[in-house]
Ligand binder design. Structure first.
Ligand code: GDP
Ligand code: MG
Length: 512
């Protein structure tokens, strides 16, 4: 039994949303109609996933680590200052889309990296679009954004105005939100889902962008099911021997603090993911082995700073050491020196880096939360755009009432329940829903898994057994929904009851 819950019905929902957009566009005045048509147009495209955060927070490094290639420049080059999308295409190529509507080809460096210098002024560019024949991009478009200090920061709020977002908004405390530029914020607002890249300190401006994203994209679902925080540079959270443990604790705290804006915060070391996937070579492994020949005390001293590391007396040449330091920093170096002590091969070192980067958990979260629920996220995005369009003063009362009713109806579609499940999952994994351990485990399983047999804890079981388990589950969780003391636990139980009810429907209704 390998039914993918909901996925098979996804296309039907998208068709219905498309149809509704078409009907609405026919009835609405020109301005709102154009917004609705635009929203309908993006329904057939891959999921748009944006990496957003301050400049130098580590976004491009994460994009490279995620895509497994050195595509997004992480230096000071001009391309770091422009919103860049990476989408699937048969050949590797890039183009710059200018504000005046024209398009210029951008030559890629060998390996597909964007050049550090462009033939056109950066502030004339609206976005760079890169097409790559990477499998992971088939169903997901990745958007890298610049952040603070981009050239657009001071002079361009065009895109933002189009979206009706104030480019110079104030947060709740009246602070001017200058941390993240309008172009990046607008890229976040038009994305279906956002990876919010954070470092050890979360700033007010970052929270504001998150809130904006929530407001623009998911008016229907006031839950942050479509935004996940990534606490990157986890290796630099503390100078202690075990920065990862500290980062896990910090990410959990940020997750609680930002709970209204992101579903969860995961620690990650983007740099080590990028190095593992796209930089580390056999000669780097040989250099690590050369350094591992030094005594323990010498090693600790050389790891104290970049200068010590490259200036140290060693058979490994300084240029190789500088490269290693840039790619690994002290935490990665320590990890690989330890691996070398155990006789690790080059590929084993890459595997060690991969493991300590935390990227596997990020991938799993992206798969489970975003790629598996892409249809619901895209439908929610389009419906939210339609809701915003019909709220315009130009729209007459009866059209607005008709559209709002139709949007609500589609919001009740079983596929859309996937977003409720993600919201409930956040309540479970953050510990906000007070339930006994066994119920929490079951809740996490039902909410996180997408295959019917796994959700029901009966991998490989036949239809009758699954249906019986789903029926029992409905009864049990209905009781919990009525009796649990914590309101959030009751909320979670209600969501699970509907999930299991929908499983009964999918399995064929009546109990055998
Ligand atoms: N120590 C450490 N440095 C990182 C990490 N990720 C990125 N960096 C460094 O931070 C700087 C900015 O990274 P970049 O990805 O260009 O940031 P962006 O402006 O957000 O795209 C670069 O020098 C990266 O090497 C990380 O996980 N750990
Ligand atoms: Mg960047």
């Amino acid at each position: 039994m390998t039914t993918d819950s909901g996925a098979d019905q996804g296309e039907g929902l998208l068709d219905r949303v498309r149809q509704l957009c078409g009907q609405a566009a026919d009835r609405l005045p020109a301005g709102p109609a154009a917004l609705v048509r635009q929203a309908a147009g993006s329904l057939g495209e891959p999921l748009r996933l944006a990496f957003v955060g301050r400049v130098s927070s580590g976004k491009s490094t994460l994009v490279n680590g995620y895509l497994g290639r050195l595509l997004a420049p992480t230096d000071e080059g001009e391309c770091t200052k422009v919103v860049t999308s990476f989408r699937f295409g048969p050949a590797d190529r890039a183009q710059a889309c200018l504000h005046d509507g024209s398009v210029l080809p951008v030559p890629l460096d060998p390996g597909g990296t964007l050049p550090s210098k462009l033939d056109v002024e950066v502030d004339e560019i609206r976005s760079i679009e890169v097409e790559l024949s990477l499998e992971v991009l088939r169903d997901t478009t990745i958007i890298d954004t610049p952040g603070l200090n981009s050239v657009h920061d001071e002079n361009s709020s065009r895109t933002h105005d189009e979206l009706g977002i104030s480019a110079r908004g104030n947060d709740a405390r009246g602070n001017d939100a200058r941390g993240i530029d309008p172009e990046s914020r607008s890229a976040a607002a038009t994305a279906d889902a956002v990876l919010f890249v954070l470092n050890a300190t979360a700033h007010d401006d970052e929270r504001m962008v998150l809130r904006e994203f929530r407001g623009v994209s998911l008016g229907l679902h006031a839950a942050p099911s479509n935004a996940v925080g990534l606490l990157t540079k986890a290796d630099e959270v503390t100078m202690d021997d075990d920065p990862w443990a500290a980062a896990v604790g910090l990410a959990a705290r940020q997750s609680r603090q930002l709970g209204r804006d992101v579903a969860t915060v995961l620690p990650v070391i983007g740099l080590l993911a990028e190095t593992a996937e796209a930089r580390f070579t056999e000669s780097d492994a040989a250099a690590i082995r050369g350094l591992a020949a030094l005594g323990q005390q010498d090693r600790e001293v050389m790891l104290l700073s970049a200068q010590y590391f490259t200036g140290f007396d060693s058979a490994v040449d300084p240029a190789s050491r500088e490269r290693l330091y840039t790619m690994l920093r002290p935490h990665g170096l320590r990890r690989l020196l330890a691996a070398a002590d155990e006789g690790a091969s080059g590929p084993a070192m890459v595997e060690a880096l991969r493991q300590c980067s935390g990227m596997a958990a990020v991938r799993a979260e992206i798969d489970r939360r975003f790629r598996a629920r892409a249809v619901a996220l895209k439908a929610a995005k389009a419906l939210a755009a339609m809701a915003a369009a019909v709220s315009s003063a130009e729209v007459d009362h009866s059209t607005r009432a008709w559209a709002t009713g139709a949007i609500d109806d589609l919001g009740l579609d079983p596929v859309m329940h996937g977003l409720e499940e993600l919201r409930a999952l956040s309540l479970v994994s953050s510990g906000a829903a007070l339930l006994p351990r066994a119920q929490l485990d079951e809740a996490a399983r039902v909410l996180a898994e997408t295959r019917t047999d796994r959700r029901l804890g009966l991998p490989g079981a036949g239809r009758d057994a699954l249906l019986a388990a789903a029926h029992q589950g409905v009864q049990r969780w209905t009781a919990i929904a009525n009796t649990a003391i914590s309101p959030r636990a009751r909320d979670v139980a209600r969501v699970i009851t509907r999930s299991l009810d929908l499983e009964c429907d999918r399995l064929g209704g009546e109990q055998p």
